[in-house]
Design a protein around this ligand. Structure first.
Ligand SMILES: [Mn+2]
Length: 308
């Protein structure tokens, strides 16, 4: 029997990279032969953990054509896998976002639970089934939980994430500055890295009759980035808007150190919409908001507003 492919979105983030590697380990130790195959380019943060902890890179594949069965981790939308994975091949989905398209995968067993990180759901499988996890997988899952919960400060954080992290870190034994170093690894956006990051972590949605895209940057030093590169950001967003024929686009810039967000848009309609749903006020092209809000929390608010 062919192995099952375990993968995530094209250009997977740390949650997907960690979750796929650990879930493959779980399946190989319990029930079925599986392999991880990532499509596209993993995010910097994922590469940082793989490099820094000398973990073997998973294989990169062009698409899922060589496989009959696919499991998606940290992914549940057609957008983001289009043309790479046939939805009928997906037999299982493990994800944690409120707005999703799991119903478009006719053969999938679906587990969507609103915890901070898909990696928490994977960690719970080891815990519940009493399966020993490798240190490599524990490190990856710890990294993903730290990242996705914004080091447990993001509004998506649940007790389940904390419990999973605590369990995993007994095996991972991470240094006390782990979160700080992890966040530093994705905070250099000098030169062309800015555009690469925006494109690498872009998400888009159909809401009402509008095509909406949200760029998201999580970093330390967001204020300086916006002060120094605002025009570059606006130009990049404008180019994406034209190229993808979007109705609206904005950037959610998450400052990990000071726990605030900076929203960027120079379109007055978009600004008004965001002012309404997020209770913010634009000053020029930028609006500041205290506390941390992530794209997956903004999407349901935006969808509700645009579809009413
Ligand atoms: Mn995730």
């Amino acid at each position: 029997m062919k192995p099952i492919l375990i993968t995530g979105y094209v250009n997977p983030d740390l949650d997907a990279v960690a979750g796929t590697i650990a879930y493959s380990e779980f399946l190989n130790k319990t029930s079925r032969n599986s392999v991880v195959g990532l499509i596209g380019e993993p995010h910097d943060e994922a590469k940082y953990i793989l490099d820094n902890y000398h973990i073997k890179y998973p294989q990169i594949i062009p698409n899922a054509d060589d496989f009959d069965e696919v499991i998606l981790v940290d992914a549940s939308d057609l957008i983001g896998i289009e043309g790479k994975i046939a939805p009928e091949k997906v037999i299982e989905i493990i994800d944690h976002r409120r707005v999703h398209e799991a119903d478009k995968f006719p053969n999938a067993k679906v587990q969507i639970e609103l915890v901070g990180s898909a990696s928490t759901l994977i960690a719970e499988k080891f815990i519940q089934n009493n399966i020993e996890i490798s240190r490599e997988s524990a490190i990856l899952l710890c990294g993903a939980i730290t990242s996705n919960t914004l080091n447990f400060k993001g509004g998506v954080t649940t007790d389940r994430d904390r419990v999973a992290f605590e369990y995993l870190n007994k095996i991972a034994q991470l240094p006390s500055d782990f979160a700080k170093e992890l966040f530093k690894s994705k905070s250099d956006l000098s030169g062309d890295k800015l555009k690469e990051r925006i494109l690498g972590d872009l998400a888009w949605f159909n809401m009402g009759n509008k095509k909406v895209s949200i760029a998201q940057i999580e970093m330390v030093g967001a204020k300086e980035l916006i002060e120094n590169r605002l025009n570059d950001i606006l130009k990049i967003l404008e180019d994406i808007k034209k190229e993808m024929k979007l109705d609206l686009i904005f950037q959610n810039t998450i400052e990990l150190d000071e726990c605030k967000n900076y929203f960027v848009s120079n379109d007055r309609e978009t600004q008004k919409l965001l002012e309404k749903i997020l209770d913010i006020k634009f000053n020029g092209s930028v609006a500041e908001r205290p506390n941390l809000i992530m794209r997956k929390q903004i999407v349901p608010l935006l969808k509700e507003e645009l579809e009413k």
